[in-house]
Design a protein around this ligand. Sequence first.
Ligand code: ADP
Length: 448
Amino acid sequence: MFRSLLIANRGEIALRIQRAARSLGIETIAVHSEADREARHVALADKAVCIGPASAARSYLDPAAILLAAEATGAEAVHPGYGFLSENADFAQACETAGLVFVGPPPQAIRVMGDKVAAKCAMRRAGVPCVPGPDEGLPDDPDAVRRVAAEIGYPVILKAAGGGGGRGMRVVDAEAGLLDALALTREEARRAFNNPEIYVEKFLTRPRHVEIQVLADRHGKALWLGSRDCSLQRRHQKVLEEAPAPGLDHALVAEVGARCAEACRQLGYVGAGTFEFLYEDGVFSFIEMNTRVQVEHPITEETTGIDIVREGIRVAAGLPLTIRQEEIVSRGHAFECRINAEDPESFQPSPGTITRFDMPGGPGIRVDTHMVPGARVPPHYDSLIAKIIAYGPTREEALVRLRVALSEARIEGVSTNLALHARILADPGFIAGGVDIHHLERLLKGAD
Ligand code: ADP
């Protein structure tokens, strides 16, 4: 095991990684921007280095600054967390070249999964079910493009191979709009991702977002840790998640989970990762893999009892996974509410100083946060300030605990989406379980 770990991130996940590292007896090194000088992950770290000004581009997204901090502090490993440089294959490679252990998959696995066409090919090869459509880019010949789309059947969705973050996609309802939409998407992709490759697949109209957590070591062992449902989204941003995904056929989930683990083995994948699927009419369709720990990992930790972040660090150090697939059981149910500092009407970020911060507790309640009264929410980064997680032996009991927990939470000084969560928890569709990815936006428009 390495002796020191540099955490190239901020916020709740920096603290979460710090806790896992400390539980393994590893020295923790925080890096921070000038705006995060007073942050909790900085105060609690064994060592801390300021790597630049508030702007993320010049601090948390600056590979050179981070590698310099690693060298100066004698760090042996780097954990990228989520966001920032976590899915940057060049950064993972640069860490390895500098002799640092990158806590995550090999650069090549990140590269394959970062190209959506290459990812789809790799998944098909491993027997993971994908959205109908060819696993290659669209040709230039207009007739050939029309033929491909007609074969899939409208509506279709055009997607940039290099796209991400919900950008570089366009839905086409009928052939009349196809070629114009393709030209537009290609041009956007060329500018935004420096990669004009576009592919097409069937557009599913009312899918759920269901994902599978995986964990793999350097010795060819890969495990799947159950499902999560993240269908409650606004503008492709997840708001509230649960594990396991309710109402699914266990045998089907196990079959898809086993395929994901097999795909990890074929890819030489290492660490924690997530396979994201759209689920409609009893069918799973792969959309993308996230090659990092995710915001919503705690709900799977609650239902499986496995510390995903700790295991991710252990496997990065070359230790084998000691758990066997047969021993992994999903017990009970867990929810996570993402508490954001944002305006409840406009959803615009609401930075400022937290004057009151009362967090809930009690059986089954876990709060992952970097906030305390007096802490500042800087305007430069994402607005996630806390994750309220509720576990219960059944979905109903977890929901009851979550409602009580939310009613105890009081945050003042910044606006939050606490009221939005309370509204979701009272919604009959959500209570019944299994809503599609458009449900929350319909609810917000008042159409439900
Ligand atoms: P990104 O990497 O930009 O997040 P994804 O491939 O994960 O892109 O897709 C983002 C979102 O777009 C999905 O969560 C889903 O809401 C929608 N989407 C993507 N592909 C399809 C599809 N084939 N049918 C319907 N919706 C889709």
